[in-house]
Design a protein. Structure first.
Length: 269
């Protein structure tokens, strides 16, 4: 039986630091359930952001995965070094900032990304993984978010959560909420509930410039209560594109489907 995570944390003096988004999960059964979400990882490579004391890291190693983990808090490195000794050749820990490293080079094409993300950088990292060349270098994303962010990622038109993040996550990938996680599962407990989102890449609709789609949704949802004819009028050609596609310019951003945004962006690309 591995040492209880509570003892690992006490032994290494890893009191959680709020500024690093540290809310640790100590329940090994819950960690094993999260590690199972991507499907079989036996022999696969996993890229983990923020291993902390190493609870999720061990659960991933137990599946037979090879893990490349990047941790910003140097206090965690001795605990992670113990795990490296226990799983020789299977775990590589990088000391650094996930926002700055060349993750593709470190983890390699085809890696699965699994992380209990620090909340302060979670959305920035997700957008980075959703942008860029397609198909992406990663095979799947299994990520813990605040529940409200998870709902924005999977939201459908008409929902109050539907917005730029929903379109970014759905136009060429398929997200789902895989697990709700109660706040009491973390030490210390955050103020709000969390959820694990699982995202797999899908085919990319042809002829769409991702930057144009991003600009379009930024304009539309930037003024989500306004009619499209007012919110997107600053984009050259947008009003013509609405007319050509038969999209009523009096509709508001939150009623426009992902497919309609894609069709509009294609016209403007
Ligand atoms: N994986 C552990 C768990 O599930 O209990 C810890 C998760 S905790 C929510 C987030 C972790 O990310 C912390 O260990 C924190 O130090 C680390 N972290 C915060 N910002 C980071 C960054 N920019 N790059 C890498 N790690 C970061």
């Amino acid at each position: 039986m591995p040492e209880p995570l509570r003892d690992v944390i006490a032994r290494h003096g890893l009191q959680a630091t709020k500024s690093l988004g540290q809310n640790f999960i100590l329940d090994r059964q819950l960690l094993a359930r999260i590690a199972a979400i991507p499907g079989s990882l036996n022999g696969a490579t996993v890229y983990e952001v923020g291993p902390g004391p190493g609870g999720l890291t061990r659960a991933l190693l137990d599946t037979g995965a090879k893990v490349v983990a990047v941790e910003r808090d140097r206090r965690c490195l001795p605990a992670l070094a113990e795990l490296e000794n226990e799983f020789p050749d299977c775990l590589r820990v990088i000391s650094g900032d996930a926002l700055e490293i060349d993750e593709r080079r470190e983890a390699g094409d085809g890696a699965h990304i699994v992380a209990n993300l620090p909340y302060n950088v979670g959305t920035a990292l997700l957008l980075r993984w959703l942008e860029g060349p397609w198909p992406p270098w990663w095979s799947s994303l299994t990520l813990m978010f605040q529940r409200e962010v998870a709902e924005r990622i999977v939201a459908r038109p008409g929902s109050e959560h539907y917005g730029r993040l929903s379109v970014a996550a759905q136009w060429r990938s398929t997200p789902r909420i895989a697990m709700a996680v109660h706040r009491s599962s973390f030490v210390p407990p955050p103020k709000i509930a969390s959820a694990v989102v699982h995202i797999v890449p899908a085919g990319e609709p042809p002829g769409v410039d991702p930057l144009v789609l991003e600009k379009l949704t930024a304009a539309a949802f930037g003024q989500r209560r306004k009619m499209l004819r007012s919110s997107v009028k600053g984009m050259p050609g947008a009003l013509d594109a609405l007319a050509e596609l038969g999209i009523d310019s009096e509709r508001r951003a939150e009623t426009v489907s992902v497919e309609e945004y894609v069709a509009l962006a294609r016209r403007l690309s």
